[in-house]
Ligand binder design. Sequence first.
Ligand code: WQD
Length: 351
Amino acid sequence: MKKILVTGGCGYIGAHTIVDLIENGFDVISADNNSRSNENILDAVEKITGKAVKNYKVDLCIYDDTVAIFQENPGIAGIIHFAAYKAVGESVEKPLLYFENNLNSLINILKCADEFLVPNFVFSSSCTVYGNPDAIPVTEETPMKPAESAYGATKQMGEKIVGDAMNASKNKAILLRYFNPVGAHPSALMGELPIGKPQNLVPAITQTAIGKLPGMKVWGNDYDTRDGSCVRDYIHVCDIAHAHTLALNYLMQNKKQTNCDVFNLGTGDGLTVLEIINEFEKVSGEKLNYEIGPRRPGDVVAIYANNDKAKNQLGWQLKYNLQDMMATAWNWELKLKEDEKFFKSPNAGLN
Ligand code: WQD
């Protein structure tokens, strides 16, 4: 079986992608220093797939430690590079942390790909590279506006770094621009595990609904949108995950001569924050405790994808709708509470 290195493999999208890769016949190893992830998510991967996945607990900003992974695993057929910090708000407050972490780790992994002749590279990019677009939906040809956050800037620079590295080598890459990944694996065995207070909308909603958070804020309802709150393209994490498997196969079958191609991964539907809250309340039956707060620095007003290219060239077909996104996110939050109750109860493990 072809061996794939997934960096950030203990992360939300990384772990869901590992499940999809294994289910499609790949052998997978992970590299994740767990600074913002939990290695036990790989236990869930094993429960779902029956396969144990080794994680190299390595800071990819340290070149020698990164090289050691490749020395121990000759013949890696492809790399999917997720490892990066990704909170838009935090990146506005701590830009240097984001530039140092996201770019140094990328450069090291690309140097190893070159040195160890790994021919296929998939880069975790983001719709934030578009900044505040003049026209929506955005296609892959939509010009990039100045990034609204350091996080978005690291993705813009990351795409340039990957493209130039591919031009200077015989390797090939695909850049996948995620819109807003949400939801959880349908088994409810794994999902998003924000460290600390959730920055992203859907975990903030589910943690508020389950009572982990006393309430949540809608960051601004005075934008020029249909209800004043920001518009995003929310997409199920399992649909995002499967696109990575398709991208690797696309590279391995040498379907395209360009050595660095880019694809939007969104549903093509733009929904507001308040519409998402409304959909969650309908699906969960819970009334959400939220209030309108100030705008969040770094937020893009409205963006959603034109996803024709991924559908036509990668053969990508969406499996999950908005109700699935809300239901799987809520089921996961309920499961987390159950597990916590189980582990806290005095007779845990007796039954
Ligand atoms: C969405 C909307 C917030 C929390 C994300 C990822 C980023 C990238 C792009 C992949 C915004 C509002 C949020 C809250 C709120 N993904 N919100 N109250 O900023 O679009 O970025 O997608 O690469 O990594 O972070 O997502 O979920 O943070 O915000 O009102 O408590 O929800 O203001 O309008 P964002 P998000």
